[in-house]
Write a protein that binds this ligand. Structure first.
Ligand code: SF4
Length: 299
């Protein structure tokens, strides 16, 4: 009989728990609330909240939502969104994660001081759009070392990170920028004149999970990673899980499980992204157990 365990360190980070709590509190007051973009990258949780009255809308919908309440999710939004909401008479329910708010504030400060802001992240990610907005969209977004090679090295520069990126690449990008900016000032100024700052703003809720996830993945014969296919954090954590245990399978829910994955193994681990609800991982665990019972009966 296979032993199936759910990773106790996986699931929602506190920023997402907070956002959902805020949404549910608002929905108790009245079952009409709009979320600007999907509240979480998990279709299952979105469906659960939709049943309670949370509807996902886009920026273009603000114009028709006068007098309605619109939730800003954990990723945050650029200042232009707040301005549009004000212009259209929309009430904002701000559930931006406080960690993200703090990064926005720090970026804004450096931008105002005339720094070139470089953001290590994904250009189209909602959080990055919110961060870019703090600099009037003047910040440079880089996703890897090759893109860091293209950044103008002649300016005072500060590097920040989208909160869900991986640390290793962040420090590699920081090294490239530091070296290039350093090369330019050598011979003209003292080396201490290098004006480059690297601010590691990767969230501890994500990076702290790496070690525990690796341990958990190695302790099981087979791993099932549960997340929405669009979750950025899910992709990072899935990569780590797979690296620690190549026998890892990605699913959105229990319907994607395949009996063949569990043949001849004695332990299975179920884990997920920061956007994966605990109840969904429990469903996957139960489905694996049921699958095994069924296999035993039909043999
Ligand atoms: S991962 Fe961190 S920054 Fe992102 S929502 Fe969760 S707590 Fe906030």
């Amino acid at each position: 009989m296979i032993k199936v365990t759910v990773d106790q360190h996986s699931g929602f980070c506190w920023g997402v728990v907070r956002t959902i709590d805020i949404a549910e509190e608002e929905l108790k007051e009245s079952p009409e609330l709009y979320s600007l973009g999907p509240v979480i990258h998990n279709p299952k949780e979105i469906a659960r909240l939709r049943d309670k009255g949370l509807e996902t809308v886009g920026h273009d919908d603000l114009a028709r939502l006068a007098g309605k309440r619109v939730l800003i999710r954990a990723h945050g939004e650029p200042p232009s969104t707040y301005a549009a909401a004000r212009a259209h008479g929309v009430t904002i329910v701000d559930a931006t994660c406080p960690v993200v708010t703090r990064v926005q504030e720090r970026i804004r400060k450096f931008h105002e001081q005339g720094f070139q802001v470089v953001i290590f992240g994904k250009k189209d990610h909602a959080e990055v759009i919110g961060l870019l907005g703090q600099t009037d969209n003047e910040a440079v977004v880089v996703r890897n070392v090759a893109e860091a090679e293209q950044v103008d090295p002649s300016r005072r520069t500060v590097l920040f990170s989208q909160t869900t990126m991986d640390k290793e690449t962040f420090y590699a990008v920081a090294d490239v920028l530091r070296t290039r900016i350093g090369e330019l000032v050598v011979g003209t100024f003292e080396e201490s004149a290098i004006d480059f700052h690297a601010k590691d703003t990767i969230c501890g809720q994500v990076s702290g999970r790496d070690g525990k996830l690796r341990e958990f993945a190695r302790a099981n014969d087979v791993m099932v990673f549960v997340a929405g296919k669009d979750s950025s954090n899910g992709k990072v954590l899935h990569g780590i899980c797979r690296e620690a245990n190549p026998n890892t399978h990605f699913v959105e829910d229990e319907r994607e499980l395949q009996p063949g994955w569990f043949e001849g193994v004695s332990t299975a681990g179920v884990t997920g992204a920061t956007s994966t609800p605990q109840w969904l991982m429990e469903n996957v665990r139960k489905a694996i157990e049921t699958m095994q019972e069924h296999t035993v009966i039909t043999k």
